[in-house]
Unconditional design. Structure first.
Length: 361
């Protein structure tokens, strides 16, 4: 194991001992905020230190066995040889596991996420494709046991969706979907195409992590314009009867969010505030990432919404993810939400890129 990695792990071991002592102190126990933060840190560090201890014990056992090779007792020598052979690849395996555990964690990974899908180039066909993508992610949510809450939806006149914003709720949603942001391209023959020509249309997808506490992002009320209006779309008698829909405009940034899903204006405003906080947080992250652009260039792409990331070719029944050169020929299953394997492949590729960078350092 490289000395720099040993130093990092030794420091984590010391920190774990320090936290254990602190957690037994009455003043820490009485400070609930500090106690919760220390417990969270303990649960993050503990598995790494346990794995490191496993590595140390194995390394010691191998060294002890090597010393026995010098023994005059042939039975002891045979036993030592067996032990060394059995442990041959284990240190490298544990070291690789430790490297993965040491990779920087995205604090948003464990949480829920907002999804925005907007029809792009291609007119009616783009709107139909936006509807198809929304169904794809909805079916994925069902498969994974996530909740899906619609925030705002704008149907297109000829079918499909001009725009849809939803919230996917569940553990690890953002981690699974964070590499879905970008331009999704569809190639297929529209139903209205009499010559059988393949048309190309696009949609943009954006995945935003939920902000744990809206209070974490300071939003001055004086910077907000709040408009209420009547909800449109499906909804029976409620539609066009009450001004329950809410539009928030954040004047300094020009960001606009709408929510017209619920019947309560108060609830819609609450949801819109949460979405606005997520968008402002994302702007903050984007700004930081642009200032360290070289740090952000990972193999799976930058997450830029203008980046073409994937093509869905219906005549050939295939999907191609351009970032990792992955092609699959099960388009029907993919459009039915069977995309977890694709998301996992993107995550694995990103981890490999980060590992490579860690090893260079």
């Amino acid at each position: 194991m490289h000395s720099s990695m040993n130093i990092k792990l030794s420091k984590l071991k010391e920190r774990l001992d320090e936290i254990q002592k602190m957690l037994s102190q009455p003043d820490v126990v009485n400070d609930m905020e500090n106690y919760t933060a220390l417990n969270k840190e303990f649960s993050e560090i503990n598995p790494i230190v346990s794995k490191y201890n496993e590595y140390i014990d194995l390394d010691r056992a191998i060294n002890d066995a090597k010393e026995l090779l010098e023994s005059d007792d042939q039975d002891m020598v045979l036993l030592a040889e067996e032990e060394i052979a059995e442990a041959a690849n284990k240190p490298e395996i544990i070291e690789q596991e430790l490297k993965l555990m040491l990779l920087p964690k995205d604090t948003a990974d464990d949480g829920s996420a907002y999804i925005e899908i907007r029809a792009g180039a291609g007119g009616d066909e783009a709107a139909i494709f936006a509807g198809d993508l929304y169904r794809m992610y909805s079916r994925l949510a069902e498969r994974e046991g996530w909740g899906l809450e619609e925030i705002n939806i704008r149907p297109a006149e000829q079918g499909g969706l001009k725009e849809v914003i939803g919230k996917l709720e569940g553990k690890g949603v953002f981690k699974v979907l964070k590499f879905e942001s970008g331009v999704h391209r569809v190639q297929r023959v529209p139903e209205t195409e009499s010559q059988g020509r393949v048309h190309t249309s696009t949609c943009t997808v954006a995945i935003l992590p939920e902000v744990e506490e809206v209070q974490d992002i300071h939003i001055d009320k004086n910077d907000l314009r709040v408009d209420t209006f009547r909800a449109s779309g499906a909804g029976g008698q409620h539609v066009n009867k009450t001004d329950s829909a809410v539009r928030l405009t954040h004047i300094p940034t020009g960001l606009v969010v709408e929510c017209q899903d619920g019947r309560s204006q108060h609830k819609n405003k609450e949801k819109a505030m949460s979405l606005l906080a997520a968008k402002l947080k994302q702007q903050e992250i984007d700004s930081q990432q642009q200032s360290i652009a070289s740090e952000r260039k990972i193999l799976v792409g930058t997450g830029d919404r203008s980046e073409k990331i994937r093509t869905y070719n219906f005549p050939q029944g295939r999907m191609t993810d351009h970032r990792i050169k992955l092609t699959q020929h099960n388009l029907d299953q993919i459009m039915d939400g069977d995309i977890k394997a694709i998301c996992d492949a993107l995550l694995a590729e990103n981890q490999l890129a980060m590992l490579s960078k860690l090893e260079e350092e």
